[in-house]
Design a protein around this ligand. Sequence first.
Ligand code: TXA
Ligand code: MG
Length: 314
Amino acid sequence: MSFDHDLQTAAQLLTQGQLVVIPTETVYGLAANAFNRLAVDRIYVLKKRPRTLPLILHIASIAEAKKYVTEIIEPAQQLMEHFWPGPLTLLLPKSSKVPDYITAGSDQVALRVPRNHKTLKLLKQLDFPLVAPSANPFTYISPTRPEHLHYCYGEATPYILDDGVCDEGIESTIAGFENGQLVIYRLGAVTVETLERDLGCSAIIHSHQTSQVVTPGMHAKHYSPKTQVLLKDIKKIQAMKPSEDDGWITFSEPLNRKNAYFLGAEGLKRAAGRLYETLYELDQKQLSRIVIEELPEFDIGRSLMDRLKRSAVV
Ligand code: TXA
Ligand code: MG
């Protein structure tokens, strides 16, 4: 077996129009050749994802980005140079090379250069870019380990380009510009504070009131385990009477209870990295509810709270 046997297999399947699960630094993605409409359709079918939700175009370099957009304004160029490869997706005006079936008809395309070394190598080898949503079924928790894929799709799991655990463990941040102003469409692994510091300006965090861009997929219920999720502050959690079929996730201090996971030992960044795998684990225990500690909405805590609030929507 040659060293890159898995990469060769992935490249071959993608070239034939098949789906491949690819590792990224954020979460595993369900990838297809962006220029093969039938292959892209397979993503929507397997994920049961509504067709109105556009897909991120994964590319190998800034140079490649230039093919797929009509214009890169100065601050967008700066963000690419500082954060690519890495967990920042940029929403930019698309060129005619980007098929409308990727953007769900929008004239903007979401572009990202992932940092995972295997996936970058794969992208460099292919002569087409990859579209790749998070590999979970629609509204479920994004997978951060290969075994999550088997749990989600069983026998229907596509070929997995295995690279172990995803280090960021939370999706890329999606940012763009409206009238020259930085807008955050999805909170994620690169924090708002980091982007604001980098550009020396303040960002608008997308809401339907403030943005001209319709960003489908920012719906309320998402990242949700099958088990009910409740968000509470640590004081309330400590005062709750534990029952056998409760699960617990805390960040500020450990609980001495059954099914209690303490994610805060190495800081919130590491906690973000472990959140989804902990939710997968708890969801498989068939508990009646999972109680999760609320976080201060600042820096990575803000991104985590965005996911936690959506996971708690019933
Ligand atoms: O970290 C990530 O970004 C992962 C890894 C696999 O790269 N991908 C990911 O893709 O999270 P997905 O499809 O699960 O989430 C992408 C979000 C969706 O909410 C989608 O609606 C939005 O980005 N999006 C994609 N293209 C867009 C566009 N042209 N305009 C507006 N929103 C867009
Ligand atoms: Mg997703």
